[in-house]
Design a protein around this ligand. Structure first.
Ligand code: ADP
Ligand code: MG
Length: 423
């Protein structure tokens, strides 16, 4: 079928014409449709049988342009190919942690997937100070399974290259290269920042050591094809409830640095931490929730490192360091030490990429809802100044980081005596 954007009427006929969807709806005559896309790039329809709301699917279709940036960043709908491929791969490697795929259509640039009815976008739940006892376990399994099993630690050389060739994704990669690593730190018309933090933003733009460090992280992002990364794993790409966690929206997926995904998760939790200086006026309530978030950051890193090491030790199938390579006296210990060094390198790169991402959320094209939902610009500036200070230190101090407590320590030092001017 040649491409045409669906609307709330045409989506019904489209669904009715897809054999793969026949079993899902017992009655096609009473489908109700809602477009719910809050994203910047795509249409998202919820399709429900009005007579039986248990029967529902989500249809996500790419539009042939980028909603948020207008004409200056043309973007073809080819990106849906990558989203489909990544969703299928994630379903294979981390089933139950991503929406199931029912059907897809590359011509129409769309995917039909499981409707996550009982899940909320994580950002919103965190602003509402909810707690998720199973999240650490779920997200670390997603990270380890999706990253380890697509890396040279697990795949053979040819397997890895053939898989990587499926994820060129040159257009969305350029968006991140521009919008995460370049444009926020120079004059560029799409940049947005709070005028009350202008001095701090301008200081970043002329901070030579920081700009050299950001350029190093950008080069790593562009060239370090380590594993199939989600590449947009912020808390708006996670839907969850107390029992269940799903990672959605992998359209940016490509072979990049493992630490980019880990950094995105940790850094978004800390942005949320900072947003509570405005969202949670009661100091006791705020301190309790912020402590919970920092504990979550610590636990995610520790569990990620533990699972990554265990999965690697048990599945050292890749051609990077085959078992026979360690067949010498002391080889087993050397392999243990090599894994530990690799994981420490991942932590340092997590600091680098995560640190850059703090900065871009304050001075680039898109902030995060945790911050933009703070109406009072003075209150928002408190969180934003802290984000700049923490981000800068994560980037600049990354090569001396040895444990997650070093990164958490930076957050604690920078937030030790925050003064909030009451209105
Ligand atoms: P975009 O790529 O345009 O940002 P997303 O994949 O993030 O699109 O989806 C936009 C919104 O649609 C999400 O924030 C969420 O509210 C909703 N959504 C997306 N996928 C699902 C799903 N499988 N089930 C329920 N809601 C979904
Ligand atoms: Mg998206």
């Amino acid at each position: 079928m040649t491409y045409r954007p669906l609307d709330e009427t045409t989506v019904v006929d489209y669904i009715a014409g897809r054999p793969a969807l026949v079993g899902i709806f017992s009655d096609l005559s009473r489908l109700s449709i809602r477009e719910v896309g809050d994203g910047n790039l795509n249409l998202v329809f919820i399709v429900e049988n009005a007579a039986n709301p248990n029967e529902s699917v989500v249809v996500k279709q790419a539009l042939p342009f980028l909603r948020v940036a207008g004409d200056s960043w043309p973007l073809t709908r080819e990106r849906m190919r990558y989203e489909i491929r990544a969703l299928l791969k994630h379903n294979e490697l981390a089933p139950g942690l991503v929406p199931a795929v029912y059907d897809y259509d590359e011509e129409m640039s769309l995917v039909v997937m499981e409707h996550l009815k009982h899940h909320e976008i994580m950002r919103r739940s965190l602003v509402a100070r909810q707690r998720f006892p199973r999240f650490v376990d779920h997200i670390t399994t997603f990270l380890v399974n999706s990253l380890f099993f697509t890396s040279d630690f697990y795949l053979t050389g040819p397997e890895k290259k053939l898989l990587a060739a499926q994820f060129v994704n040159e257009q969305l990669r350029k968006l991140q290269e521009d919008f995460v690593y370049t444009n926020p730190y120079k004059m560029s018309p799409e940049n947005r920042w709070n005028p009350l933090v202008d001095d701090a933003v301008q200081a970043v733009r002329r901070d030579a050591p920081l700009k050299m460090a950001i350029a190093e992280m950008k080069q790593a992002y562009m060239t370090h094809a380590e594993a199939l990364i989600h590449a947009d794993l912020h808390t708006g790409s996670i839907m969850l409830n107390a029992e269940d966690t799903r990672v959605i929206d992998p359209e940016f997926a490509f072979f990049g640095p493992i630490a980019y995904d880990v950094g995105a998760v940790l850094q978004n939790l800390i942005l949320n931490y900072l947003s509570h200086y405005a969202h949670t006026p009661d100091p006791v309530e705020r301190a309790e929730y912020q402590a919970y978030l920092l504990e979550m950051v610590r636990d995610i890193w520790i569990e990620f490192a533990r699972k990554f090491d265990a999965v690697w030790a048990a599945n050292n199938r890749g051609e990077l360091v085959p078992q026979s390579y360690w067949a010498f006296p002391g080889g087993d210990e050397a392999f243990v030490e090599y894994r530990s060094r690799t994981i420490r390198r991942l932590l340092r790169e997590t600091a680098g990429h995560g640190g850059v991402k703090f900065l871009r959320r304050v001075m680039g094209i898109v902030s995060v809802w945790d911050f933009t939902s703070i109406q009072d610009l003075r209150a928002r500036a408190v969180a934003e100044r802290l984000a700049i200070r923490i981000g800068r230190r994560w980037v600049m101090e990354r090569n001396s980081v040895n444990s997650i407590d070093d990164l958490i320590g930076i957050v604690q030092e920078e937030t030790a005596d925050v003064s909030i001017n009451e209105p």
